[in-house]
Design a protein around this ligand. Structure first.
Ligand SMILES: Cc1cc2nc3c(=O)[nH]c(=O)nc-3n(C[C@H](O)[C@H](O)[C@H](O)COP(=O)(O)OP(=O)(O)OC[C@H]3O[C@@H](n4cnc5c(N)ncnc54)[C@H](O)[C@@H]3O)c2cc1C
Length: 436
């Protein structure tokens, strides 16, 4: 039997962790090294995947992601690795002026999924649900409210850590290192990746290098070969940040916290993207995210080309949040619970969470077309976490050349895409416009 290739998976967020687990399950004797600047047990990490909690839902207006999310959700519910961290609280969707509710139902029906969990309600009825929890929400322009009782949330950092522990238990080597560059060699006029070079001078070699580097991906590619423009991400990937924070809840409110549904509201639409709020019983709090999507466009230190990258500090300066961005998260409380309740609540643990975003919201799970032995598996585009139990399976299929052609095309490094400049939504603001 031939020896399986050796792998370096760089980045231990959702994409890297899930890939490591699925890869070692498939190739038990393979040398697989998972590298990250942070230990997987660290109390805080820069990974977008490191978080107090994340929404787990199969509510998509897109059939492919509905199917994938349903597959993931089955494992969140049933698999001993993920089940302890999953809470099926339901999700309430306040989506003005869209056909989202209908599209979600159509997708579930098309996939033959039992619709018992899905409900669509007129606004007055929605206001009264869950004891009137979202009675004061901003329902401007909303026709129907979608409630999916089969969706919920997960304890994100715990589930991520457990996934990595499983992979390590099966033989994956975990290395804490800041990677400075991907290394290459030239063979017959074509370059191939041979490993990575760390900031403290270590060289790690492997047959295949898989970049699961989230918001840092575009910068790492330029750092690795500043003059080799075919290697660079260009307009494929943008680092985008969103502010989140936690809000402690009172003793009275704590009573209902365990069973509180996730709330998502796209109002007020003129402020940006959707806001959300989800329970965090372990901390006696809720977590919210804001509406402003941020770029951080700066000249690359070597090429001077402008690109959006996470702030240069070791921790992406993720805990340094301007008052205006703090207020942006406070808006989540207003949008979902109304002015009166929101004004009573204080918020803490403000964080700007950076993700890799593509103009269509599709992941990149693909060989790099300019470089042999180099693969990219990231770009969660603000919806990647829920796929933790399954996304690695698809990355392994990609690595083995077995990925379904439709997914290959959709997640390709080179694909038709609207440009970042004229997609018309998201990531419109610059971090520099929000001074501390
Ligand atoms: C505020 C916010 C809320 C979200 N909520 C949800 C949600 O509710 N549900 C959902 O499904 N999705 C959600 N998402 C999206 C989801 O979190 C991301 O899409 C997903 O976690 C991205 O995973 P990743 O593995 O690509 O990147 P990351 O999780 O960012 O991991 C990348 C890893 O690479 C490492 N790395 C990068 N460069 C280097 C280097 N040079 N050397 C060493 N290590 C390196 C980093 O340290 C990091 O650990 C949310 C995102 C944000 C920002």
């Amino acid at each position: 039997m031939s020896t399986p290739p050796s792998y370096i998976i760089l980045g231990s967020g959702v994409f890297g962790a899930s890939t490591a687990l699925h890869l070692i399950r498939r190739h038990r004797s393979a040398s697989i090294t998972l590298v990250d600047r942070d230990a997987y047990t660290a109390t805080h990490r820069v990974a977008a995947s490191w978080d107090w909690n994340k929404v787990i839902r199969a509510d998509y207006d897109d059939l492919t992601y509905t199917k994938l999310a349903l597959e993931a959700q089955r494992l969140w519910r049933a698999d001993p690795i993920w089940r302890p961290f999953y809470h099926q609280s339901g999700v309430v969707w306040i989506t003005p002026g869209t056909s989202f509710a209908k599209d979600v139902r159509d997708n579930h029906a098309a996939l033959g999924v039992e619709e018992a969990d899905l409900g669509v309600y007129e606004v007055p009825e929605a206001r009264g649900m869950y004891g009137g929890l979202f009675g004061g929400a901003d329902y401007s322009g909303v026709g129907e409210v979608l409630v999916n009782r089969g969706s919920g949330w997960a304890e994100a950092k715990e589930a991520l850590q457990k996934t990595i522990e499983e992979a390590v238990g099966l033989g994956v080597r975990y290395v804490v290192a800041e990677v400075e560059k991907v290394k290459f060699e030239e063979v017959d006029g074509r370059r191939r990746a041979t490993g990575v070079l760390t900031a403290d001078g270590r060289e790690m070699l492997a047959d295949r290098v898989v970049l699961c580097t989230g918001a840092y991906t575009a910068k790492l590619l330029v750092d690795s070969a500043p003059d080799w423009t075919e290697l660079h991400a260009g307009k494929r990937i943008l680092a985008v940040g969103v502010t989140e924070a936690t809000s402690p809840v009172s003793e009275m409110e704590k009573l209902g916290l365990d069973t509180m549904p996730v709330g998502i509201n796209e109002n007020p639409v003129e402020r940006g993207e959707d806001v959300g709020c989800l329970p965090l019983p372990g901390l006696g709090a809720v977590k919210c995210w804001g509406q402003i999507h941020l770029k951080n466009t700066v000249p690359h230190p070597i090429t001077k080309q402008p690109m959006s990258i996470p702030p240069m500090q070791r921790d992406y300066a993720q805990w340094e949040v301007s008052p205006v961005l703090q207020e942006d998260v406070q808006w989540a409380l207003k949008s979902l619970f109304g002015d009166e309740k929101a004004s009573l609540k204080k918020m803490e643990n403000y964080r700007i969470c950076w993700d890799a975003w593509t103009p269509t919201g599709d992941f990149i799970i693909s060989p790099h077309s300019a470089c042999d032995g180099l693969f990219v598996a990231t770009c969660g585009s603000f919806h990647g976490f829920k796929f933790l139990p399954v996304i690695g399976k698809y990355v392994v299929q990609m690595l083995s050349g077995e990925l379904d052609p439709a997914l290959q095309e959709r997640w390709a490094w080179d694909r038709e895409r609207p440009t970042i400049d004229d997609d018309g939504k998201g990531a419109r603001r610059e971090l520099k416009d929000f001074p501390l």
